[in-house]
Design a protein. Sequence first.
Lengths: 530, 536
Amino acid sequence: MKHNMDHVNNSPLLALPASARHRLLNVSLGWILVAGLEAFAYTVLALGIANHWPPLWVLTSASLAILATVLVNRSGYLTGVRLAGDLYTALGHALAQTKLSWFTNDHRSKIASMAGQGIPGFMSIPAHQLQSFLHAPCLPLCLVIGIGAVAGLNVALIACVLLAISLVVQFLSQRALKRADAQRHTAQSNTSAATLEFVDHIELLRTAAGPVRAIERLEQRWETQEQALTKTNLASALAIFISTLASVLPMTGIAVFMILSESDHIPTLLAVLVLTGRAAAPLSELATAGLGINDIKASLDNFQQVTNTPQLAEPTQPKAAPTEYDIFINQVSQTPVLENIKATIPAGSRVNISGPSGSGKSTLLELLMRFDDPEVGVISIGDVKLSDMPYETLASLIAYVPQDPIIFTGSLADNIRIGDPEASDQDIEAAARQAALDTIIDRSPEGIHQSVGQQGNALSGGERQRVTIARALMKKAPILILDEATSALDEKTEQDIITTLNYLASTVIFVTHRDATPWHPSQTIDLSNS
Amino acid sequence: MNRPTLRSLVTNHDTANALRPALPKLTAGALCSSLSGLAMLAALWCLIQLLDDLSSSWVLSAVLFWILGATFSASASWLAHDGEAAFSARLRRKVANHLVRLPATTLAQQSDQSLRSLVSSDIEKLHHMVAHLPSEITNFVVLPITSILLLVNMVGLSALWVLLPGIFASLYYLIIVPRINARDGEARMKVMGEVISAVDDYARGIRVNRIYGRQSGALAAYDDSTQRFTSSMVMWVGKVATLAGMAVALLQAVATFAIAYLVAYDTSTTTLAATLFFSLAIVTPALRLGHGLDYVSTGRAALGRIITLLQQPTLPTGTITRQQDTPTLALNNAHIAIDGAQLLNELNYTFQPSALHAITGPSGIGKTTVLRTLAGLERLQAGQVLLAQTDITQLSELTRYQSVLLIPQGGDVLSATVAENLHLIAPEASTAQLTTALLSAQLNVDLDAQAKTLSGGERQRLSIARAFLSSASVILLDEPTSALDAEKTTRLITELERLAREQEKTIVMVTHDKTLASNAATQLKLTRPTTTEDRL
């Protein structure tokens, strides 16, 4: 089976981690075993009927099948949960290696929907979908063998053909039913859309058209949809008619065949009818499952998309951390925004990155922190290229304040201590006051130990920015990068913070949409024409 | 009305009204569904007879019953869906008609989202309950009883043993599952919610974590939370997995057939066949139970919200249909309150016909509410609005609409042409009339232009054009000039004054423009209510 899986390279199942595939494989084997045991139990029953056996063997084989069903079901439920756990873990580990430029808002919402709907949806695969895909087809197949054992090859062949026809017809009519349902759904949402227009303009409609005519416009659209619905309902009734007949076709066919072939052993006839009935029972489930396979494939594809993300290679022969912190940007281009950027940023300088929005200011900052490698050109610190440094080394050189402040659930101190895990409470309070957080510290007796709420929601936008600035100050890194870090602050507070920053020995690289003069930039990299 | 029961559907006046015309079809649908099941049972009975008497006529009868069963089943589907469609069509109209007659403040209290879902998804949520629940219930009663009668009749009381597996499984779905959900459902949702927010937090913080060298720590914390998820969920699921597995296993025919064989192996082939074929009497409906009854609770909640809305009182109306000649509009000891809190002092004021009047006051004081009250779209706590000495709540709603036109602020337009927007107020108006009205409103646009493509100021004037098309003798305008320049404002006001004078109309506008207000014939200045504390 493993061998097989390696062959189907395109199978979306490969998106799943190996542990999850093993779990699914085990449950799959379980379902095949259940189908086999169940078919065996029915066959023993049929043989019992045909040969008038005492019930011992029938009961024994039935108990075995029931026991296996209980166990496989139980393990199916539990496997579903563990599968979800595996997938959550795999998602986290895949993201841990993903290059940081990938984490756009769009991709983050994909991750969120995978976590909220995609993975929970996989939980039902082992107990339900695998049952439909494996147990439902295996049971009729095994029962055909059973029919052969009870009544001979000819009858088995006939049963086989009848079952196949029944399955195909049921598949087609279920497909028609599914389409009718989709149309019903479309009609319903069109009706809702008409109603929503009415709700959105209710004041206009009732004042302009009056209470009676306000509904008129809506009425026309409703009637169109209601007529469409009537047609759909007829189509689905027809599909149900055909599907019901197809489901009894195998039993009818076998009965007719047995009569025509003048077999006069009544118990055998009953035995074959029982087996055929059981073989036909899972066909409608199978037909429905066949229609659902695309949904599962789509979920697997989505999982593959969020786990098979672009990564940046760590250097195979890492170089030691640089001792000089001059930054060299050499002929760097990154589509679509940056072209041929060249600059040298001496250690300790104040650099303003300027340009209109969309000119690539954030992109350049992100390249400096190696959120991505530039398509063309090289960035180095001292004499070491960024791509030659282990990421941890690069990270130790840089403190970063992003445009939209990331605050973690916890206390003010927890959030600032991220800059330096060894810092004492006094150090943290000092950094916080440097970042103009005095009013917040003083407003609660808990001081820096007060909670910032869920993801910082107890703080205002400007307060969150100041917390992330305090965190960056705490790190005391030789290079400080600020991406519109003071955008939500009033001018007075901003000026206080700029004054603090101007005392630092570090290189300060910043983007601001306000006047850059208070920063006293020693250098400006203008991206207007890049 | 927080916990509606299924009975509310038939006991509540409004929903029962919507349901009544659909009832024959829904009942027939449930009946057909049962008849279909009975026909299928009859077909099995024919097969059993076949074993007694190998004649092709029994096969033929069985086939006939099967065709009958399929026909009934298709009819059941059509009847149920068509009946449900009729029900939701009526309910939809009921809800829309109710909304259009609610006081403006009641409408405003519904959040936009809840109102939208109330009229769309909530009605859809009733679909399954109305279309399928009746047949599921009858099937759950009729088919088992018939099979059991057949069993007892053909085999004897001992045959009842075969029902055990189906009964156990049904008890699981009907009693144990709801209890487990009530007990553990919330805790399981919480565990689920925790892992989802762990993923979100982790993806959100990943840049900060890496640049601050905390990646390995964050990943370890993340792994912890996924492990907590797995172990808690395994615990919850483990508690019920065996029982759930047993219910599923008992629903497989294996269990039932084994008992049937034990009971009947020593009888005649016909008896054995009857025992086997009818033994699934309870299993088949129980299998449907396994697919869940969630739609009942979803439907019940939706039903509750719809009924609550329908119970909100509508605007009071009367039966007077006579239109007044001299449209003097007066507020008589009017108390305007929102949520019981008095908004303004008692109002006594008369707007004379053939003039343009202004209502002014600081923002937030309730100018719009006063205007809506004058239009009869808001209930008064006490006092009256009199139109030519008649309380407007005594007017029929059509007369009130024909007598008083309110043009709300904001210039809302439908996504349709300019002409269609104007036809809302005057369905019969000619192109020339529409153009004249637009010009009076200082708007020069093509009648075929899409209203949504107009600018904010143009939309506002499109709204005001309604004043020149309406036959109403009272016209109320809310901030009609807020988006207009001085020149257009002057010309528009001149047009409105002429309209008032020439057609003897009473025109009242809310404005914050002081010059405009002082030029009006009279000015009603709204002030904050003086409370007892103020006087002390």
